[in-house]
Design a binder for this molecule. Structure first.
Ligand code: VGL
Ligand code: ZN
Length: 202
């Protein structure tokens, strides 16, 4: 089996001090650097929103971060402004060895729709192109690490499994936001989709 390591959204805004900081998000960077050194195909995702993106609470009158709204494609959590294109918060964390990435998938650049998954926007239809990239490289297994376990890692892992890839999520190399039980729901959903959840190597 040919395998890819997918590193999800290890950006400044998701690390301590950032606009949408995931607790201990920076603690996983050094072991991920070590894992990348041992992996062939390394793919990064980068959350990459235009200013005024529809997933930002500031784009909706009277709404606050973490409120839930209905969008044409389904329910959407509203977030603090984060990962705005070209701004420091959207950059990869400086300790991450970003030179290992052979492919960087940017997502969330359409103002009207959020994109948690590395494979599809949140309408579950509009592809990012990652599926084609992996298939044309002959990859049939993916290992997923990064931020946040209950949002972008979760959506990416479930989509990858549904597309027919063998999927492992290294939970020890992820951290969660955990909003209203989102972590438990994400674990259940990943398991139901056939994702293998691993706490460490092997
Ligand atoms: C993410 C919320 C909003 C993530 C991205 O990377 O999990 N979460 N944008
Ligand atoms: Zn985002």
């Amino acid at each position: 089996m040919s395998q890819a390591l997918i590193v999800i959204d290890l950006q400044q805004d998701f690390c301590p001090g950032g606009a949408l900081a995931v607790p201990d998000g920076d603690r996983i960077i050094s072991p991920i650097n070590a894992l990348m050194a041992d992996s062939q195909a390394v793919v990064f995702t980068q959350d990459w929103h235009p200013a005024g993106h529809s997933s930002f609470a500031t784009s909706h009158e009277g709404k606050a971060p973490y409120d839930l709204i209905d969008m044409p494609y389904g329910p959407q959590v509203l977030w603090p402004d984060h990962c705005i294109q070209g701004q420091p918060g959207a950059e990869f964390h400086p300790e991450l060895h970003a030179d290992h990435a052979e492919m960087v998938i940017r997502k969330g650049y359409n103002a009207a729709i959020d994109s948690y998954s590395a494979f599809f926007e949140n309408d579950h239809k509009t592809p990012t192109g990652l599926e084609g990239y992996l298939r044309t490289r002959g990859i049939d297994k993916v290992v997923i690490v990064g931020l946040a376990l209950d949002f972008c890692v979760n959506f990416s892992a479930v989509d990858a499994a549904q597309l027919g890839f063998a999927v492992t999520v290294r939970e020890d190399l992820c951290r969660a936001i955990d909003l209203d039980g989102s972590l438990g729901a994400a674990r259940d959903g990943m398991r139901a989709a056939g994702v293998r959840l691993e706490a460490s190597d092997g």
